[in-house]
Design a protein around this ligand. Structure first.
Ligand SMILES: Nc1ncnc2c1ncn2[C@@H]1O[C@H](COP(=O)(O)OP(=O)(O)OP(=O)(O)O)[C@@H](O)[C@H]1O
Ligand SMILES: [Mg+2]
Length: 339
């Protein structure tokens, strides 16, 4: 993957200007019965910095992302106090979300890529980001090729986004956001649903963007250790407040991630009764999507007993058989088809 030189210059954030500056800021949702979902966040990531945001469920991480992207102040009702500046400008002085703030912070990449991908091809998704930038037609074409290459999506450009794997979809969501020319990138649990390889491919892209001077905010409740390679700081939010702000070295020195704790598989606490027949048996299943790509020659063999978790990383294969990386998806597709 080779980033165009413009990615390193035109779109990098100013290293001397805080990307986000919250001053006595608080936000309460319209139905926020229990008080503010976000209160003063005294941290000021600058250009080229990568900040990992951590916190338990309901802590306010997504609310923080929405605030930092300008969405809370421009598109949500609710009560805001204090000020927030984005790339040196008060959030309210931006006239619109799309073009103006989009140039600074191109939106948030969420965990559910399906909800974010609305066009019929990968290429159209990326073009939608480029078209907001008022570029000349030939520049649009050049940037499109660069962005597809940068995110390893060139071979998927005519594919329908919803037909891609989870990791590929996240790369499309990332490419579409980057295409808007954003200097800051915000990812909210963007790798939460991905396996180790797909997560690492996203982190490799982030590493290159960081090198190019982008400010990166990565929200992960259970951060993969690979993030230690790019994160500068880790902040922890609890009950809407920032409670810890430490270096990535400090945070990861005492951190154990889920894959380290459990191997690559999360075991269930259920108990299988001895001699009980498997509840689900899949034998020699071959499935392929549509007729254009060649059918997979790999077959799927799964046996699930009471108390077993369903396969989370490719499924079980009979001894001597190659493991199918599409097992889970194929299995769900068949289920949806009612067979
Ligand atoms: N649209 C909304 N209206 C009212 N309250 C909301 C809304 N969205 C979130 N909240 C509340 O704000 C608080 C923070 O929610 P938020 O989604 O930011 O947490 P989070 O840290 O992202 O959690 P998770 O890890 O589960 O995604 C929670 O108490 C939540 O119930
Ligand atoms: Mg969240």
């Amino acid at each position: 993957m080779q980033a165009h030189t413009d990615m390193a210059t035109d779109e990098s954030a100013d290293p001397d200007t805080p990307a986000f500056q919250f001053t006595d800021f608080s936000y309460t949702y319209p139905q926020g019965g229990t008080g503010p979902a976000l209160e003063d966040q005294p941290q000021h990531p600058t250009g080229g910095e990568c900040v990992l945001v951590n916190g338990t469920t309901g802590a306010g991480k997504t609310t923080f992302c929405l605030a930092a992207a300008g969405v809370l102040c421009h598109e949500y009702e609710g009560r805001t106090t204090g000020t927030l500046s984005i790339c040196g400008r008060d959030v309210r002085s931006y006239t619109d979300m799309g073009g103006e703030i989009g140039k600074q912070v191109g939106g948030v990449v969420f965990d559910d890529a399906d909800a974010q991908l609305i066009f019929t091809t990968v290429e159209e998704e990326v073009l939608s980001g480029l078209e907001n930038r008022g570029l000349q037609a030939e520049d649009v074409q050049t940037r499109l090729e660069e962005m597809l290459a940068f995110t390893s999506l060139t071979g998927f450009r005519y594919r329908e986004p919803h037909s891609l794997s989870g990791g590929q979809k996240q790369r499309v969501a990332l490419a579409a956001t980057l295409a808007s020319g954003t200097a800051c990138l915000i990812l909210d649990e963007a790798t939460a649903e991905l396996d180790t390889a797909a997560t690492e491919s996203i982190i490799a892209i982030l590493a290159r963007l960081k090198e190019a001077g982008r400010t990166i905010i990565v929200v992960e409740q259970k951060p993969p250790r690979a993030l230690a390679a790019i994160a500068d700081r880790v902040i922890t939010i609890e009950d809407g407040r920032l409670t810890r702000d430490e270096t990535a070295e400090e945070f990861f020195a005492t951190y154990t991630d889920e894959t380290e704790a459990n191997g690559d598989r999360v075991e269930t606490a259920g108990v299988a009764r001895k001699g009980e027949p498997p509840r689900v048996v899949v034998q020699n299943l071959v499935h392929h999507y549509g007729t254009t790509p060649p059918p997979s020659r790999e077959s799927v063999w799964i046996s699930i007993r009471g108390g077993n978790s369903s396969p989370s990383s490719g499924g079980r294969t009979a001894p001597g058989r190659r493991r199918s990386s599409n097992t889970s998806t194929a299995f769900c597709a068949l289920r949806r088809g009612g067979r």
